[in-house]
Structures are given as structure tokens and as C-alpha cells.
Design a binder for this molecule. Structure first.
Ligand code: HEC
Ligand code: HEC
Ligand code: HEC
Length: 119
């Protein structure tokens, strides 16, 4: 009879642990505002899979849709700060090391509405 509460308790603890580890990872693909140069389609999920540590990016801005724009509007992030300090910086460093990386030229990141990204 004493056993039942113990088993129940264990099940509850396990459920709590499982739920805490189910993160909100956000959208797999995000369209970032890029001004006159055109927006920047960003493969979020692919970066999560390759980089694993969320805080590589989410130290500059929180895990919220529209966070970058909100901070730019509030003057807490400079225009192009994320682009220069994160996106392009990391892509360049990996390229130097000869590793798989992302685009570093304007037009391979910024896409005008009527154009597809250059492959
Ligand atoms: C390479 C950079 C990068 C990494 C790594 C990254 N994110 Fe993001 N994340 C972004 C960007 C950029 C946005 C869009 C912010 C905006 O809309 O201004 C974003 C937005 C989000 C959002 C908001 C919801 C949405 O769909 O826009 C959530 C939630 C989120 N990220 C969770 C995570 C989690 C969890 C991880 C780690 C598993 C992670 N991110 C790793 C760049 C990154
Ligand atoms: C790796 C992808 C990437 C590359 C390469 C890149 N950009 Fe960006 N750019 C972004 C992202 C993401 C943003 C939005 C976040 C920010 O403002 O930091 C942005 C923002 C901008 C903005 C500011 C938009 C605004 O008004 O808030 C301008 C202007 C800009 N880029 C121009 C350029 C030019 C010019 C080049 C080439 C020299 C370039 N970008 C290369 C990803 C990139
Ligand atoms: C810490 C490193 C790092 C940061 C920060 C980072 N990237 Fe990347 N990015 C990568 C790597 C690694 C790849 C190659 C992934 C692959 O091929 O699976 C990549 C690939 C890409 C691609 C190419 C996808 C394709 O279709 O080939 C785009 C576009 C891109 N990144 C945009 C961005 C933008 C925009 C940001 C900033 C919001 C950013 N990245 C931030 C490491 C980074």
C-alpha cells in the first residue's frame, strides 16, 4: 500500500523533467527585416541543429518573434549589429577554417521580393 504513492510520485517527477526539457524552438524558417537591401530568409532550425547552443545568438536578443526589430526601434541594438556581430562574423570564421558555412555577400543573404536566392 505504501508503494503506490511512491510510484505516483516518481511518475510525476519524470513528467515534470520531460516537460521542462521540451523547449520552444520557434519557427524553422524566419524572414528577417533587411531594409532596402531586401529581407533575409533565415533557416533557424538548421542553425539550431548545427550550432546546438541557443545562446550563440540569443544573448544579443531574446527568444521572441520580432525581437531584433523591437530592440532596434528602442535603440538598444544598432542596425546591422546582428548581421555584423553574429551572422557574417561566424560565417567568415568558419570559411577561414575551411568548414561548412553560410553566405557572406550581401545578395546571398538579402533577397529582393521578386528574386529567388542565388544558389
Ligand atoms: C544562429 C542564430 C540562432 C540560434 C543558434 C538560435 N536562434 Fe532562435 N532566433 C534567431 C533569430 C534571428 C530569431 C528571430 C528574431 C526576430 O524575429 O527578431 C530567433 C527567434 C527565436 C524564437 C522566437 C519565435 C520565432 O519563431 O520567431 C524562439 C522561441 C527561438 N528563437 C528559440 C531558439 C532556441 C530554443 C534555440 C536553441 C535550440 C535557438 N533559438 C537558436 C536566431 C537564432
Ligand atoms: C549572413 C547574412 C547577411 C549578409 C552577408 C549581409 N546581411 Fe545585411 N542584414 C542581415 C540581417 C540578418 C539583418 C537584420 C539584423 C540586423 O540589422 O543586424 C541585416 C540588416 C541589414 C541592414 C539594416 C536594415 C535596417 O534598416 O534595419 C542593411 C542596410 C544591410 N543589412 C545591408 C547589407 C549589405 C550592404 C551587405 C553586404 C555588404 C549585407 N547587408 C550583408 C544579414 C546579412
Ligand atoms: C555561430 C555561427 C553562425 C551564426 C551566428 C549564423 N550562422 Fe548562418 N550558417 C552557419 C553554418 C555552420 C551554416 C551551414 C549550415 C549547413 O549547411 O547545414 C550556415 C548557413 C546559413 C545559410 C545558408 C543556408 C543554405 O540554404 O545554404 C544562411 C542563409 C544563413 N546561414 C544565414 C544566417 C543569418 C541571417 C544569420 C544571423 C541571423 C546567421 N546565419 C548566423 C553558421 C552560423
Amino acid at each position: 500500500m505504501v508503494r503506490i504513492p511512491v510510484v505516483l510520485f516518481s511518475v510525476l517527477v519524470l513528467t515534470a523533467i520531460t516537460m521542462a526539457s521540451v523547449q520552444n524552438k520557434g519557427a524553422a524558417e524566419i524572414d528577417l527585416y533587411g531594409g532596402k537591401s531586401g529581407n533575409v530568409p533565415f533557416p533557424h532550425l538548421r542553425h539550431q541543429n548545427v550550432l546546438e547552443d541557443c545562446n550563440i545568438c540569443h544573448t544579443l536578443f531574446p527568444q521572441e518573434a520580432g525581437a531584433i526589430q523591437k530592440l532596434k526601434d528602442a535603440g538598444e541594438l544598432k542596425k546591422k549589429q546582428v548581421m555584423n556581430k553574429q551572422c557574417t562574423k561566424c560565417h567568415r570564421q568558419l570559411r577561414k577554417k575551411g568548414e561548412k558555412t553560410g553566405p557572406i555577400t550581401c545578395k546571398t543573404c538579402h533577397v529582393k521580393v521578386e528574386k529567388e536566392r542565388d544558389k
